[in-house]
Design a protein around this ligand. Sequence first.
Ligand code: NDP
Ligand code: 8X3
Length: 250
Amino acid sequence: MTRTALITGATSGIGKATAYEFAKNGIRLILCGRRLERLNIIQKELKLLTDVHILNFDVRNKQATLAAIDNLPDNFKTIDILINNAGNAHGLDAINEGNIDDWDAMIDINVKGLLYVSKAVIPKMTERKSGHIINIGSSAGKEVYPKGNVYCASKHAVLAITEGMRIDLNPYGIKVGAVNPGMVETEFSEVRFKGDTSANNVYKGFKALEAKDVADVIYFAISRPPHVNLADILMFCTAQASSTIIKKEA
Ligand code: NDP
Ligand code: 8X3
């Protein structure tokens, strides 16, 4: 049976690569993001492969998030797979020098936004007693690194929420898991450094993960047999051993 997936943060990076991977495998798509023009382009490309519906909202806006998902057209109302991917780091500062707007953005998007989307999707999954939720955490959800403070906190929260979801949704037969990548070369560092040129140096001297590498793992997780749930995946590029240990060419 053809499944339908809702992917947040589908305009770029990991979310976009996941949309392409899912489309290639015939999964129907609900793609979300704030940049409508990108959603339109992706929809145009992917509708040659599968049915695509786009939703244009900011996950920080509780009303807009709930309304967008509540008002899906009938043929997209049954969501089998939720990929909670929207998120970013904002800033890289010592805690004593951090910017409160950056802290708000990371908690509001990475944590509260993920909860709002989940709140809109989960009731129909519990009703049907089926579904699969994958939250995109990070290696930053497993360990804290210098100046990572609030971003790491937001991703530790994603991991705790994932575990909580898996426990509470267990009676309903819903699969819940986290995919936690290390460094992936996407627009992530451009956003983190607000377009500053320091973003250009982040992935220099080693081969970071590509968005497609993460999308492959997400597709692997959602294509396991019904009795198999990949609960928690930590993935790094070969050059990375931990948040702070990266083998770089001189
Ligand atoms: P990108 O910056 O390339 O993509 C981020 C996506 O999130 C975009 O599609 C963006 O869409 C969406 N997004 C951001 N803020 C909002 C918002 N307020 N409302 C709705 N959508 C939003 O980064 P990545 O692909 O790398 O990041 C995706 C996820 O992976 C994030 O959760 C990130 O924390 C995580 N991750 C990234 C790693 C990395 O090294 N790159 C490593 C580990 C985890 P739009 O701007 O159109 O709204
Ligand atoms: C993104 C990876 O190391 O920049 O979550 O925090 S890192």
